[in-house]
Design a protein around this ligand. Structure first.
Ligand code: PRX
Length: 569
């Protein structure tokens, strides 16, 4: 496939040089940014909020919250007070350092202030997607022995309190709260706005994100306070956050992107952070950028594909001229989407690759780097990545293998909650093995191929499903595509594509043939799907990843395993 290269902008010579930064990089230098460097102690909530008040930025806007037509803004001083009050409410409810406190509610200012309040006590926060049903909530609270959960009247019915012996209090953010619960708003009104922050050690717990494996129980990925060193520096270099930026990360805090880059990185960098509640619609999203003058925007391929599907005309109805830097994460960013971004936003969309387990950016298109459409970019300064075989030997360029990282960066997970064997299974020698397959080209760029389990072997050829999916979405009729290997007695596997169509197209055999020929001519004969099935909707995680394992389970008529992360709207 021909690779398009998008040059790093000539108009902005002030961007931090990648090679120079990488070659001179030292994590210990970054640590000097934090109080911990002198005192040996710190606290994420202090570094995100109170510090800026102490430094004289108390009146700067820290948060714009927008939901439909309603809008509110908070300064750093406001958030300091609100999180102090929330911390007092939680402390009265019995929360102590190290306790697991879950937050289960729709994006609202209270979600953010109670999360910060829990951190001020030194509790470990477990954020949950509001769409979780009872079983998903139960699995996570049971596994982590959660002590307190903060929730809303709409969701409280999904907390199976009788099955949760460790859960001492349910805190409800609502009106007319019954005596079974702690009434957040009433307690908050009464609470003092002073709070003595718990000063923490580098390795004290911060956040517990549950992530689904391909089967079985979700795993609790624990990150510690020290991760802030990496949240801060990647926010500065990769998100390119500056004093005047208005930054919007579209992710929910139920997903690691929504905490590392929806809370920590922007506030550690003292940026103005934007939170948009409610559902996705192109109008709501473009409207938010226009109304709030968003300058830096971090979203995901699924959202960009939906915006692309909505057409180019709608873009023209909004003034998006405030935007200066756009990024993507979560699944491969199709070259077609990068091209479209150039056409309609006149900006390069910067892909970033990382995982819940890595806690922060690993491989990225650094702002000053030339972007090769379809590539994830190169390792951030301070991180070493390689392609290795199953025995841990590094592979030469252009060979597909396991994408692995030298396991010593600050935001690395510290444990899988109560599951040491699982934690240990990630490593081969000194390498953390991601479970993704990729290759590195002669210029050092990494190219994602698929989850190791998803790579297709057809007639002796290894094909990455992403490459085929990217070709498929270039076809004018295709909105989204998911590709799997279907067992075949002759070829080992054949390529099967599940496709949802764009507005105005309907399924037909002619269209199938047309799509097949399109891939064959545009990519390779062996990559052309032998089978195509049209679907109204593809199964996706709440973070927008197409769930190939569900497609595979449909195909093979087998159990798809844990589906708690699936978006089932
Ligand atoms: O397979 C890779 C894919 O998402 C996985 C990590 O999922 P999760 O922990 O939910 O992500 C947290 C947010 C980063 C990876 O193993 N993935 C993530 N980013 C990319 C990606 N695949 C391709 N390109 C990306 N930029």
């Amino acid at each position: 496939m021909k690779v398009e290269v998008y040059k790093s902008t000539d108009q902005n010579p002030n961007l931090t040089n990648y090679e120079e930064t990488r070659d001179n990089f030292d994590w210990q230098e970054v640590e000097k940014h934090f109080s911990w460097h002198e005192t040996g102690k710190f606290n994420m909530a202090y570094e995100c909020i109170d510090k800026h008040v102490d430094d004289g930025y108390g009146d700067k806007t820290a948060l714009h919250y927008k939901n439909g037509d309603s809008r509110s803004s908070y300064t750093f001083k406001d958030l300091k007070t609100a999180s102090n009050k929330a911390a007092n409410v939680l402390k009265d409810a019995g929360v102590e350092k190290g306790d697991r406190v879950f937050i289960f509610m729709a994006r609202s200012p209270e979600l953010y202030t109670s999360l910060l309040g829990a951190l001020k006590i030194g509790a470990i926060v477990g954020p949950l997607f509001e769409a979780f049903m009872e079983k998903a909530v139960k699995d996570r609270l049971q596994n982590s022995e959660a002590k307190v959960i903060i929730t809303s009247p709409e969701l409280v019915g999904r907390i199976p309190v009788d099955d949760l012996p460790d859960l001492e209090k349910v805190i409800l953010v609502g009106e007319n709260v019954s005596a079974d619960y702690v009434d957040f708003k009433t307690e908050y009104e009464k609470a003092s706005d002073e709070f003595d922050i718990e000063w923490l050690d580098k390795e004290d717990g911060l956040i517990l994100h549950y992530t689904s494996g391909s089967t079985g129980q979700p795993k609790g990925v624990l990150h510690v306070q020290y991760a802030m060193v990496q949240h801060y520096i990647s926010g500065k270099y990769v998100l390119d956050l500056k004093e005047d930026d208005v930054y919007w990360c579209t992710a929910d805090p139920g997903w690691v992107t929504g905490t590392s880059y929806g809370i920590f990185a922007p506030w550690l960098n003292r940026a103005t952070n934007v939170v948009v509640g409610g559902r996705f619609s192109p109008e709501a999203w473009y409207g938010a950028i226009e109304d709030l003058n968003v300058t830096v925007w971090y979203s995901a391929p699924t959202a960009f594909r939906m915006l692309m599907g909505a057409g180019d005309e709608i873009v023209k109805k909004y003034d998006l001229s405030s935007l200066r830097h756009v990024l993507s994460v979560g699944e491969p960013l199709n070259p077609e989407v990068v091209k479209w971004g150039m056409d309609v936003y006149h900006l390069r969309i910067h892909d970033t690759w990382w995982m819940t387990e890595t806690g922060a950016h690993m491989i990225v298109n650094f702002p000053s780097m030339d972007i090769k459409g379809g590539s994830m970019g190169k390792p951030i300064p301070g991180v070493e990545a390689a392609i290795i075989d199953d025995s841990g030997n590094e592979l030469p360029v252009n060979r597909m293998g396991n994408l692995a990282l030298k396991a010593n960066w600050p935001s690395m997970m510290r444990e899988i909650w109560k599951n040491k064997p699982k934690f240990d299974s990630y490593f081969i020698g000194e390498w953390y093995v991601s479970g993704d397959s990729a290759y590195q080209d002669e210029d050092g760029y990494f190219w994602f191929q698929g989850r190791v389990d998803d790579v297709i072997m057809t007639a002796g050829e290894r094909v990455g499903p992403f490459e085929i999916e990217s070709k498929l979405v270039e076809h004018e009729a295709v909105q989204e595509a998911g590709v799997i290997g279907k067992p075949d007695p002759v070829r080992g596997e054949i390529v099967k594509a599940f496709i949802s169509l764009r507005e105005g197209y309907s399924p037909s055999d002619e269209l199938k043939e047309d799509i097949r020929v399109y891939v064959k001519e545009g990519l390779a004969a062996h990559a052309a799907p032998r089978e195509i099935e049209f679907k109204d909707k593809l199964p996706k995680t709440r973070s927008g990843k197409i769930m190939r394992r569900v497609l595979k389970a449909w195909e093979l008529n087998i159990d798809a395993g844990d589906l708690s992360s699936m978006d089932d709207d």
